[in-house]
Design a protein around this ligand. Sequence first.
Ligand SMILES: *Cc1c(COP(=O)(O)O)cnc(C)c1O
Length: 430
Amino acid sequence: MERYEAYEKLGIERDVYEYCGRIIKSLEERFGRIDDMAEINQLKVLDAFRKNQVQEACLMGSTGYGYNDTGRDALERVYADIFHAEDALVRPQITCGTHALSLALLSNLRPGDSILSVSGRPYDTLEEVIGIRESRGSLKEYGIDYDEVLLKPDGGFDLEEIGRKIKKETKLIAIQRSKGYSDRRSFSVEQIGECIDHIRSLRDDLIIMVDNCYGEFVEDIEPTDVGADMAVGSLIKNPGGGLAPTGGYIAGKAECIENAARRLTCPGLGREVGASLGIMRDFYQGLFLAPTVTASALKGAVFAAGLYESLGFDVLPDGKEERYDIIQAVTFHREDALVAFCRGIQAASPVDSFVVPEPWDMPGYDSKVIMASGSFISGSSIELSADGPLREPYSVYFQGGLTWPHAKFGIMNSLQFLVRDGIIDRSKLR
Ligand SMILES: *Cc1c(COP(=O)(O)O)cnc(C)c1O
């Protein structure tokens, strides 16, 4: 069978197929470099599995208190090795990325301490954790203060302003690697390292925490390789490899991890308790697959950038620049285009493909939002997904794809929907 026939069956028209094919052809070299990175990271992960003698018993899990859960403890050593860190906490009881970040902050700060975010305003959900937006139980209620340094107009760290804003009470520096859903650029690990070096030259007693969400395995080093005291993330993003059904991690300095363990459970018990139930196999296997899954998502992001850039839309990052996370933004300046894109992604999903996403008033947002997600793990954003607020500039944020063929089809289908709805003229595909 000719390859196109497989696409034709799924509703892709010939001109869309061939146009996408030409874009992908032009990206071969990029894809080669993404595969190289996956190869290096696959070996890094395997090395950590071998070194820690991961064995069948590790995959079983525990119940009740979870004492002597050798699988849970070995997995934490595997994470620590991958991050070249002293220690790690990797638990299903950490419910998501926001919880992991909140845990890292609450456990390592005391009343009177102050946080300084040096990558601008942190991710949305942290605003209530910190108390930037009033919220019950926030760090602010515990007498922990917050300040931030905005990025320079060129998107870089404002080192002078950081120097000015570090005060006696400052205890923890927060850095966010990925742009998340803002319109800045993401930071490379190297850039983060330079910023850390600068901060250390001013004060060597600060705890430096990096929000590592969406960044894991995109490069061959992680923030803990360049001096971060903690790297923090979610297991339903990159490091869960699409298999972890929940969970979060903190990797870093032993002291910081011990504090986090005692806050996650309680003083005295710390990391000794916490049943892993039946989840260990998914954590291990997901981590093992994470380098290639992340590479698939990256190829999808690069393809989406190249495709929509060629059709005249603004994309961030653009089709050529280096990338430091798996998120791709495409700006349409048209509501119907944003909606059609998300519907194309949804229709390409393995779960809920028949559902038609509608814009809705999501709590906490000041405009309607449309979301496409047909994932095996609810809300998982390492799986193919897209969303965007219905207001100017009508940008969609696209991420994920467990396999490259699936990410490819999803993007192709988004274009098919834009063409079908007459938003992109067929003549542009010649
Ligand atoms: C996703 C994300 C978070 C929060 O993670 P959740 O699992 O959604 O709570 C925090 N920071 C960044 C940069 C993220 O991308």
